[in-house]
Design a protein around this ligand. Structure first.
Ligand code: SF4
Ligand code: SF4
Length: 441
């Protein structure tokens, strides 16, 4: 069993992690708090607390939002400990067949491609497509999905199938050094929210940057890891790192438009490798230096902000920005997306943009959906109060959860990824520079 007490013993019981803990907010009980989890895990390790159904229920209720880790004075990795106890739970109770089937798809591209294709053809049989929301609404009560629930709809062609492997920029000239980046797209943007990848490709073209789309990339592994399926997780870590190693020297960055995938590829891979795959330490250290969230990289390593400032915005956007936990809490990335968005319109702050949206992962979205509903409603009501046209976050899991909860609270705001909003505005104002009023490209 994992050595939980190496961390539990360092807990000074200060309670700083409790006030904003997502599960504690909706279930205010010490056992469902970070401090409580640490104490229970020590008890499990020492054999004083049985790993029974009750314990399973408790440990599966953590949203893995990372709030506790970000405020803990000892930086105790409560999320990593929860992931490890879920591994024990998976081994003892087994992982539900529907989750195993899903993880199989995540680690076999051909199978996911096939299911996505069939899903696209037949989705309208069981679901009503709501194009504007990029969603489909279930027509019936299905196993684990209630009638009326909004889920992301399938696309005719995935992002990875839509584009060639190399997109070289014809406008790059020999005077300035060519720049080249790779894209790690993430499963949700690959199969469902393909507009995100389209926007990223277009923005990179606009910036004269060459693009490499690594076709053999697989899921980062986050859904399996957060569920305790370490076998699938490890397979995906090995595959992705071995594959990234084949092109890492040829690109200056691997851009990821998803907070959760970015955190998984950098922070979670690092933790996992440290404990279970030491032979990958060096390779991961080299690769993770080049992995970036998209708005962070575009803001800090290109002149996109300045170029946006030059564009004439015929119709500035009004947007409220939600900080996805895996960017805000894990990396402290909050300013960069706002800086870019404020060049194309106005960012109107919600009361607490850092408050978790309540997505929580596959278990919370299915077997513990009542928890996602409770937290999602708080976020939905908060967003509803803002007078804006759009809500944005750099995370497709947040997109699923926020889109559904805005629907529940009766708010018409549309969710768009910051890249989509930025590209749409570039398209509208392209070539129209402030002051000139005429098309110069
Ligand atoms: S990860 Fe989030 S939900 Fe889980 S214990 Fe920490 S603060 Fe609470
Ligand atoms: S903030 Fe850290 S040290 Fe303080 S109670 Fe929470 S886990 Fe323990």
């Amino acid at each position: 069993m994992f050595n939980f007490s190496q961390y539990s013993d360092l807990c000074i019981k200060c309670g700083k992690c409790i006030p904003n803990c997502t599960i504690h907010r909706i279930n205010p009980d010490e056992v469902t708090s970070p401090r409580g989890f640490l104490e229970l895990l020590k008890g499990v390790e020492e054999g004083k607390i049985p790993l029974d159904e009750r314990a399973k229920d408790i440990f599966e209720s953590c949203f893995l939002c990372n709030q506790c880790v970000s405020v803990c004075p000892n930086s105790l990795p409560t999320d990593f400990m929860i992931e490890n106890v879920r591994k024990e739970i998976g081994e003892k109770f087994g992982i539900a067949p529907f989750k195993r089937a899903f993880f199989y798809l995540l680690s076999h591209r051909w199978a996911y491609d096939l299911v996505a294709k069939l899903g696209f053809i037949f989705q309208s049989c069981g679901f009503k497509i709501e194009k504007e929301k990029n969603s489909m609404r279930s027509r019936f009560n299905l196993p684990l999905i209630k009638k009326g629930r909004l889920l992301p709809s399938m696309k005719r062609k995935s992002f990875l199938r839509k584009y060639p492997e190399k997109i070289e920029n014809p406008s790059s000239n020999s005077d300035s050094p060519r720049r080249k980046v790779a894209i790690f797209i993430g499963c949700l943007a690959n199969y469902h929210y393909t507009e995100v990848g389209d926007a990223l490709v277009n923005i990179l073209k606009f910036l004269n940057i060459d693009i490499f789309i690594p076709k053999k990339q697989l899921c980062c592994g986050a859904p399996a890891y957060f569920t305790g399926d370490f076998k699938t997780t490890e397979k995906l870590i090995r595959h992705n790192l071995d594959y990234f190693a084949t092109f890492i020297d040829e690109v200056e960055a691997i851009l990821v438009p998803e907070a959760t995938c970015t955190a998984m590829l950098k922070k979670d891979y690092r933790e996992y490798i440290e404990h279970y795959l030491p032979e990958y330490r060096e390779l991961h250290r080299k690769i993770e230096k080049k992995i970036f969230g998209t708005t962070y990289w575009l803001h800090n390593f290109t002149d996109l902000k300045e170029r946006l400032a030059q564009l004439e915005s015929p119709d500035p956007v009004e947007v409220t920005y939600h900080d996805a936990c895996h960017f805000g809490k894990v990396f402290g990335i909050r300013e960069e997306p706002r800086q870019l968005l404020s060049q194309i319109g106005e960012v109107k702050e919600m009361e607490d943009p850092d408050l978790c949206c309540g997505f929580g992962g596959i278990t919370i979205q299915t077997e513990k959906y009542h928890l996602a509903e409770k937290e999602g409603r708080i976020k939905g009501e908060m967003i509803k109060k803002v007078d804006a046209d759009f809500v944005s976050a750099e995370c497709s899991a947040c997109r699923i959860q926020i889109t559904e909860n805005l629907d529940k609270v009766g708010d018409n705001k549309i969710f768009k990824h910051p890249l989509e909003l930025i590209w749409e505005q570039i398209e509208r104002g392209i070539g129209k520079r402030k002051g000139s009023g005429k098309n110069s490209q």
